[in-house]
Design a protein around this ligand. Sequence first.
Ligand code: NDP
Length: 248
Amino acid sequence: TALRLDGKRVLITGASRGIGADIARTFAAAGARLLLSGRDRRTLETLADTVDAETEVLVADLSSPEGPTVLADEAVGVYDGIDVLVNNAGISYPEAVDALDTAHFDQVLQVNLRAPSLLAARVGRSMAESGGGSIITVASAAALRPLPEHYAYCTSKAGIIMATKILALELGGRGVRANSICPTVVLTDMGQKVWGDPVKSAPMLGRIPAGRFAVPSEVSNTALWLASDASAMINGVDLPVDGGYLVS
Ligand code: NDP
């Protein structure tokens, strides 16, 4: 039977493009009610117009200290609760350790670690108070294996995996599950920036037994499973979607 999310209230961050937009389309097709978040209202509204689902747009800059908690409270208010949170927004500034820029480091930690941690804590509390839910973190295979020129990125993603496990531990007894997805490269805007050059991507591709990068739907379908009741006993895992990269 196909996985369904009928009536489930889902908040997706970084929904404007790339993996987040694909998750939005996949979840809409599965019957979810959507809360799409990003920084640009127009892009989010355009996406909302193309999906066949009840959809609200919530503009938030997740790099600000108050952004995540304001978004959480606003989001919980729209449909009077949230069943699924997809913490997907993320950024990267590839640079070598000896060229590390402090402002970039801070920004990556703010968007990739502080924001999803605070958002999930706030939304998770609300889920726990109302019977449960599923929190899904889009982390990265780069959280589990170091990548050169990804000092802040790998550190932030390793951190959010641990935060997700703590949510699983503390809130698991109140019906909240929290799991991370760890994809290899996906050629979105972010993926193109780092891996778009075939000369640079060749050694990376060579380490992936599947012989290719992932596509957005492979992340979305994993998120769909983690959001659905089919994964009811899965809590606290970090699940690679990497064609075997992490065992190579
Ligand atoms: P994109 O660059 O295509 O999209 C990034 C998304 O994050 C956009 O929707 C953007 O929204 C949002 N975002 C960025 N900064 C902020 C901010 N300050 N406040 C709010 N939203 C923000 O990235 P991907 O789709 O590739 O990545 C999605 C997730 O998947 C990220 O967490 C990434 O680390 C992870 N990932 C990506 C991989 C890849 O190879 N692409 C591999 C493994 C993991 P907007 O700019 O419209 O505000």
